[in-house]
Ligand binder design. Structure first.
Ligand SMILES: [Zn+2]
Length: 283
């Protein structure tokens, strides 16, 4: 059953759990997520970011999402991840994304406020919800020895978060507490208490990016402190890649259709574990 992210996160709030927002840049990863969600009967979010257009462009990826979810009974939604491109956001809304993220965190605070308001107005016309970001979430790329960490002075400030949410009218706020996009090269040290401080002053659900690779213990504290959506991708796609690698190493002749199936199963197992973790089931 398709819904908006706003509605979906109300369920998470009522149950004190979080839902995963899985980046799914191709048929295999989207199918892995859908199959895992149906098996566990857990709501889910399929997410596409402009950075993944090189794998499958947004128009085709939406066709894939829609066809794979046609008969799905659990609540789900389609979310547009990180962009500051307003035209791209409009394109996503027209294609049927019911939730969009505007990321103006690299802009000045006032510019971020101004553009986020524009996106909120635009999304309203489509009945879609809006996520915005405050603070800096670092990125790492696999293969780099160094992870670009940000100092805690760039983490989300609770007073600014309150002002931002009130002025923009967003539905969800992505916050920076020390998580990193991509592969963690060192164990992340998270400012989990900051979630609680922000939660006390803002009345919208909070979003954690860089959810891959965070230990279960920290995830549980983050959820109890108020995180309701956790963006997840890197470790799922790595799990698919590792499953394929094992298969390739053990076989002489490789048929591509086998690789596709093995990747789906590898990613599905990782999605199952992630969904259980975020919804507080035994893993
Ligand atoms: Zn992110």
């Amino acid at each position: 059953m398709e819904t908006t992210l706003k509605e979906l996160l109300k369920i998470a709030e009522a149950k004190n759990i979080a839902f995963a927002s899985f980046n799914a840049p191709n048929y295999e990863s989207a199918l892995a997520v859908v199959e895992a969600a149906e098996e566990l009967q857990v709501p889910f979010i399929l997410s596409h970011g402009p950075g993944h257009d090189k794998y499958t462009d947004i128009t085709r990826v939406m066709d894939i999402y829609k066809s794979l979810t046609k008969h799905v009974k659990v609540p789900f939604c389609f979310h547009l991840d990180h962009t500051s491109d307003l035209d791209y956001i409009e394109k996503a809304l027209k294609l049927g994304f019911t939730s969009v993220m505007y990321d103006g965190s690299h802009e000045s605070y006032e510019e971020n406020v101004k553009n986020t308001i524009k996106v909120v107005e635009m999304a309203k016309q489509y009945g879609a919800s809006v996520e915005a970001e405050l603070g800096t979430i670092a990125s790492s790329s696999y293969g780099n020895s160094e992870t670009l960490l940000v100092s805690s002075s760039e983490y989300t400030d609770s007073n600014q978060a309150k002002d931002f949410v009130e002025r923009t009218g967003i539905d969800m706020l992505a916050i920076a507490i020390g998580t990193v996009h991509g592969v963690y090269t060192t164990k992340p040290i998270l400012d989990l208490n900051r979630i609680k401080l922000i939660r006390e002053v803002v009345d919208v659900p909070l979003v954690l990016h860089g959810g891959s690779g965070i230990e279960n213990e920290d995830i549980q504290i983050a959820i109890d402190n108020g995180i309701r959506k956790i963006n997840y991708y890197t470790y799922m796609t790595l799990a698919g890649g590792e499953a394929v690698q094992r298969f390739v190493n053990n076989h002489e002749k490789i048929f591509f259709h086998d690789i596709s199936l093995i990747a789906i199963e590898g990613m599905k197992q990782d999605a199952l574990r992630t969904m259980k973790m975020f919804t507080k089931r035994d893993i």
